[in-house]
Ligand binder design. Sequence first.
Ligand SMILES: [Zn+2]
Length: 422
Amino acid sequence: MIVIRNASVLRADGIDQSTVVIEGDTITSVGTEPVSNGARLIDAKGVWLGPGLVDLHVHLRDPGQTWKEDVGSGSRAAAAGGFTAIVAMPNTVPPVDGGSSAVAAIERARAVDTVDIVVAGTLTEGRAGKEMAGFDAMYEAGVRIFSDDGDAVPEAGLLRRIMAYLRDLPGAVVAEHAEDRSIAGEGHMHEGMVSARLGIAGLPGVAEDVIVARDIAIAAEMGAALHIQHVSTARSVELIRDARAAGMSVTSEVTPHHLALDDSALEGLDPNLKMYPPLRGAEDRSALRSAIRDGVIDAIATDHAPHAPSEKAVPFEEAPRGAIGLETAAAAVASHALGEDQRIFFERMSISPARIAGLERQGRELEPGSPANLVLFDPARRWVPGSFASKSQNSPFAGMELTGRVLATIYEGRVSYEGELI
Ligand SMILES: [Zn+2]
């Protein structure tokens, strides 16, 4: 039994200062103090207690690139970041694009007992952008989220056939990395004043906007569920806002780094700040912040993308794209976007992503009978990220002071991470 006292508890009808009792994998009471012989007592005054965080976008690099990350190190990083469920992107080597690769990935995920690893599958065979992936076999194995993350589906006709197929599989979601390669070219950072001054090839925001517009048009025709990954431009936000106003089921996510930083951070050409989509301009960032507050963007997702130190220790233009994010997400989001409002913080970091992924044991308010997947988060604690549980250390937030810290994570009733408790 675990008893958490005095926390600020996220309940269905508001925030309560109460005592939460966990027995086995379930919350058994909220509000009444039990006779607690042998219980573990945690006094959590001033600390937020809510459903464990859910990340729709994680690269575990396993199989194929386990020098960057593997299922074990990635799940420890997730627990340290307050996550109780993560969606593993399918761009492993080989990719998850059919029944046998999905079954193998799901078996590896099931062996982990610190976080739910939800396996996503590709949209196209081999992630090559030519033929549809093996949807029936993946769906049969339990896959619901499909993405060619790293690339958009290159042709509108193929995407249309994919949506026509997936709309008939209940719960299936087409998740798109929105980037038109013919526009993006070989850009290394956002195309704007900063790239011009630095003389670095730029990646225009319209490369994202045209794919978002195309996908919304096709999803509207087909009636498929569309999820836009790592939204980064103000124009994408407008397109999504309009689609939702028209009643479409378009959901989206934004990363903590796109909320916290803009391209002015790139003056020093730190390779750890190189990611796709790139950090955009200040106006894009403020549009993203408004959209995550008002709910046009549903979810925070990290796009946790580990690269080994030696791979990032090269000039900016040669560095691989991507940044780790699991262990700093909650703090970066609280510091730069959602730190004042416990309800909205958990909506965007747990409840909405759990709903998009169709996860019944995640993203639930704390009531008797709710699953004990929880995070204790101190919104006022200041700290400076330094080293990480991830195998890779390519964080855009290393050395930067953040406000808000995960103190403990509870997965299925067991403490999966314990930091400096209270
Ligand atoms: Zn992506």
